[in-house]
Design a protein around this ligand. Structure first.
Ligand SMILES: Nc1nc2c(c(=O)[nH]1)N(C=O)[C@@H](CNc1ccc(C(=O)N[C@@H](CCC(=O)O)C(=O)O)cc1)CN2
Ligand SMILES: Nc1ncnc2c1ncn2[C@@H]1O[C@H](COP(=O)(O)OP(=O)(O)OP(=O)(O)O)[C@@H](O)[C@H]1O
Length: 206
């Protein structure tokens, strides 16, 4: 009972924090968010491991999220294969990553987020992804991450945490206002090794 109580407490705290952080992100002007996306693109593309990166899992930003348009465009221009998330049609709260190209058909998912038309031939297994860019609502000083609450990325990253995809490097993308000192964490939360914000690359390894 005690365990249940403390988990509920933490879940309420996470919900409140999510609300506050979403509101903080909305206060940032469109121009500042756009510049933030460009600043992150510069830092990401300058990472030494980009030289040996073929496939990048990214996401299609919506609403007040850190804009990924510039990042995704530049990654493609530099010859990286981009893969974007699709809500799994059968397994609830799971994601598939689909390789995109000029021929990709698009539609909006249940959350109003554009996603590539599901075509099994284009599914990219995590074992083939070099860098996974992860959206987030908040992150803390040791790399814990707060997402939209669906557990999509926690499930996606569970196999990585278990050591199944040693080549995969997850990188969170965020505005600086999404950083907090400490997030309440749950057992399934997968801390990120790195987060890039417009001003800095936060490296939580070592
Ligand atoms: N751009 C982007 N794509 C993404 C994510 C994301 O955070 N950002 N995801 C990250 O996981 C996955 C989708 N997960 C999501 C989970 C909840 C909501 C959301 O807006 N929830 C609303 C309720 C919407 C509704 O139920 O109609 C909310 O919680 O208020 C959005 C995406 C995969 N694709
Ligand atoms: N690896 C997992 N296996 C089973 N259930 C999980 C797993 N990860 C998360 N969940 C479930 O998903 C729900 C949402 O988790 P949480 O609030 O941590 O999401 P989030 O990290 O904010 O969202 P997201 O990862 O989609 O950005 C939780 O109720 C949890 O039970």
């Amino acid at each position: 009972m005690k365990r249940q109580f403390s988990q509920n407490n933490s879940s309420t705290e996470r919900q409140q924090l999510r609300k506050q952080l979403l509101a903080a992100r909305q206060q940032v002007s469109v121009a500042e968010r756009q510049q933030g996306g460009q600043a992150i693109a510069r830092q990401l593309l300058a990472l030494p491991e980009m030289q040996r990166t073929r496939t990048v899992g990214s996401y299609y930003s919506v609403r007040a999220e850190l804009p990924t348009g510039d990042i995704n465009e530049k990654l493609q221009q530099q010859g990286h294969q981009l893969a974007l998330p699709v809500l799994h049609p059968v397994v609830k709260n799971h994601l598939l990553l689909l390789a995109i190209s000029d021929a990709t058909g698009w539609h909006s998912n249940a959350y109003g987020i554009p996603e590539p038309q599901l075509d099994c031939r284009h599914i990219v297994p995590l074992a083939h992804v070099d860098i996974l860019l992860v959206p987030l609502v908040g992150f803390d000083l040791i790399g814990n991450r707060l997402g939209m609450g669906g557990g999509f990325y926690d499930r996606t990253l569970a196999g990585w945490r278990a050591g199944h995809f040693p080549q995969l490097q997850p990188i969170g993308l965020a505005l600086d206002c999404q950083r907090v000192e400490r997030l309440p964490i749950a057992p399934w939360d997968v801390p990120l090794p790195r987060v890039i914000t417009p001003t800095k690359i936060w490296d939580f390894r070592s």
